[in-house]
Design a protein around this ligand. Structure first.
Ligand SMILES: *[C@@H]1O[C@H](CO)[C@@H](O)[C@H](O)[C@H]1NC(C)=O
Length: 303
């Protein structure tokens, strides 16, 4: 399988200057993602005032974002640096596996976070009872574990397809839809698997998230205290921004098959859910969250 990165760059003329520009931008993004998310992990571990379920989930999400972006971006960096856009089948399979496994985990974790906010806002008296330590740990571990065997199966299924006609992958990394486009066999059952997985790991959690937020918004609108309403809205709006970014771009790429005309736009949209979501996660949660900002300032000042 060969990335198409080089072809695109040739279209623009000078290969070398484009290489270094893209390489620099991607490297800066990668550094920002690692630093931003690590800071969230660090501050939510060290600051005792942040030892609540909400920050427990946020810490794990930040950790997940670091893993998630590391599935695709380092390989892209190497491609830009060396100009060698080839990837081995085994490398492509590993990349695909980590991408879909961590992507599913992200969907489930975002659903768990929405549920946490739902209980906190709609049922505050029972919050500490429902969201006890054991339950939170089970939700997080479950989000990580449940996709592992299923996505191994899907990766195996994709890579038992024959790739005989072309080895040019029209994408920046190995993902299921472009690989299925490339296979020269009947992909009916692979698409059945793909759609089942999308239903299970994307649409079902998305539905839970929507239900949670509809009920949250209903409760918030009925609140009498203005500061309470403001606080609830500001935490939830940051969740909603991350959700829209992630789900919006992923659904366009995943839910539209046989999209050879728009493969080009899909390729760029895919950068949204693989790169922009991990990048904006710490920005959105960190900047908009007063408790986190204060804890971070305390942490850095102490040093
Ligand atoms: C997030 O959860 C997973 C699965 O339980 C665990 O392996 C990982 O260490 C957790 N990460 C953080 C930063 O808590």
């Amino acid at each position: 399988v060969e990335y198409v990165i080089r072809e695109r760059l040739r279209l623009h003329g000078s290969i070398l200057s484009y290489h270094s520009v893209y390489f620099t931008i991607l490297l800066l993004i990668y550094a920002a993602v690692i630093i931003g998310n690590s800071l969230i992990v660090l501050v939510t571990v060290l600051d005792l005032s942040l030892h609540s379920p909400m920050y427990f989930f946020l810490r794990n999400l930040s950790f997940l974002e670091i893993c998630y972006i590391s599935a695709t971006l380092p390989k892209m960096l190497v491609c830009f640096l060396t100009g060698d856009v080839r990837i081995s089948f085994l490398g492509c399979a590993a990349q695909l596996y980590f991408l879909v496994f961590l992507g599913s985990t992200e969907c489930l974790l975002l659903a768990a976070m929405a549920y946490d906010r739902y209980v906190a806002i709609c049922d505050p008296l029972r919050y500490s009872l429902v969201m006890n330590g054991g339950f939170c740990v089970r939700l997080v571990v479950g989000s990580w574990m449940v996709a592992i065997p299923i996505q191994m199966g899907q990766t195996y299924q994709v890579f038992t397809l024959p790739f005989c006609a072309s080895h040019h992958l029209h994408h920046f990394f190995c993902d299921v839809p472009p690989l299925l486009e490339l296979a020269c066999a009947d992909t009916f059952w692979s698409r059945v698997t793909l759609n089942t997985i999308i239903l299970l790991f994307a649409i079902f959690p998305f539905f839970m998230i929507v239900v949670s937020y509809v009920r949250i918004i209903g409760t918030v609108l009925k609140m009498h205290s203005a500061p309470g309403r403001h606080k609830a809205f500001s935490t939830c709006s940051s969740h909603l921004i991350v959700l829209t970014l992630f789900y919006g771009s992923a659904s366009v790429v995943y839910c539209k098959h046989h999209s050879s005309d728009s493969a080009d736009t899909d390729k760029y949209l895919a950068l949204f859910y693989t790169i922009l979501t991990p990048m904006f996660n710490p920005v959105i949660y960190g900047m908009r969250n007063r408790e986190l900002r204060i804890a971070l300032r305390k942490l850095l000042w102490r040093k």
